[in-house]
Write a protein that binds this ligand. Structure first.
Ligand code: ATP
Ligand code: MG
Length: 276
């Protein structure tokens, strides 16, 4: 039986900076590696390179502590600086497709995109099987999904990022004859501002129907995420490296599991069993 199919591509995207794309990318990578999948990763935000640095930190940690930790096959793409737009886009596209080709034997490819609108980001959205968009828990962040009337809190229409996602969905449909699944989640939820939280939830539920995404339950504000970056670790590595789990860590891991359950891994797990 031919069990090797095309890799499943998960893109982390949001044109707004600092919403948790790179942090979540790393957590997804490690989770999937720990399930036994072959995982490739691409950083198309290579100028900033947060995911690439996260992975480098992990490699250093492994070397310095003599520990075995799973690491993805990682590629970083630097945006072309050719003088004409057409040439630059062509070069970006070639580099991107070359990366996908190199990673074609993987079960999953995780793509981390920048917090800004670039050609490479748009292109990679069109290759997603699942797009995950983390939002910070504020009305300012909602603005990149929809235009919202400040007074009435009514939705007046989709905004630039939602339109871009829509366009890339069409590109994918034309090219591959398939759609992608779009999951939106709120990150860094605080335990205060309960009223604000409820309002956001109500608006996001309305938006989910209107612009076609599924809403995941999201992640609380947890210091651990910032601490782990420097060591290249994730919440899923704590036991292996001897860090004691606190209640907050356990809660964060539950939040991650809830997100992963929304990506239907069952068919892929069957493939993995067939292959072993
Ligand atoms: N749930 C969380 N709780 C606390 N801190 C978090 C959480 N998620 C992410 N962070 C922190 O927020 C900062 C931004 O996260 P990250 O770099 O993952 O965002 P990003 O969307 O990739 O940003 P950019 O758009 O600049 O690439 C980091 O310092 C990260 O450690
Ligand atoms: Mg990032």
């Amino acid at each position: 039986m031919n069990v090797q199919e095309k890799p499943y591509i998960i893109v982390l995207g949001n044109e707004k900076g600092g919403t948790g794309k790179s942090t979540l990318s790393m957590h997804l990578i490690v989770h999937l590696l720990r399930l036994g999948f072959k995982v490739g990763s691409i950083d198309i935000d290579a100028r900033q390179g947060t995911l690439s640095r996260y992975i480098e930190n992990r490699q250093k940690f492994v070397q310095m502590n003599n520990k075995e930790l799973p690491i993805s096959s990682h590629h970083a793409i630097i945006k072309s600086n050719l003088p004409t737009v057409a040439d630059a886009h062509q070069e970006d596209k070639e580099k991107f497709l070359a990366c996908l080709e190199t990673l074609k034997e993987k079960n999953f490819i995780i793509i981390d995109t920048p917090g800004s609108d670039t050609f490479l980001s748009q292109l990679s959205h069109s290759y997603a099987d699942t797009l995950i968009t983390p939002l910070n828990d504020s009305f300012i962040d909602l603005d990149m999904l929809a235009r919202i009337n400040n007074e009435t809190r009514e939705i007046s229409g989709p905004s630039t990022y939602a339109e871009m996602v829509w366009d890339q969905k069409k590109q994918k449909l034309l090219r591959d004859r398939t759609q992608f699944d779009w999951i939106v989640l709120r990150n860094r939820l605080s335990s205060i501002y309960a009223k604000n939280k409820e309002e956001m939830q109500a608006l996001l539920n309305k938006l989910a129907q209107r612009i076609g995404f599924r809403l995941a339950s999201g992640f609380g504000e947890r210091v651990i995420f910032r601490e782990l970056f420097l060591q290249g670790l994730t919440l899923l590595d704590l036991k292996d490296v001897g860090i004691e789990m606190t209640l907050s860590h356990v809660a964060a891991r539950q939040e991650l599991r809830a997100l992963l359950e929304m990506i239907n891994l069952a068919p892929l797990s069957e493939r993995l069993q067939d292959a072993s």
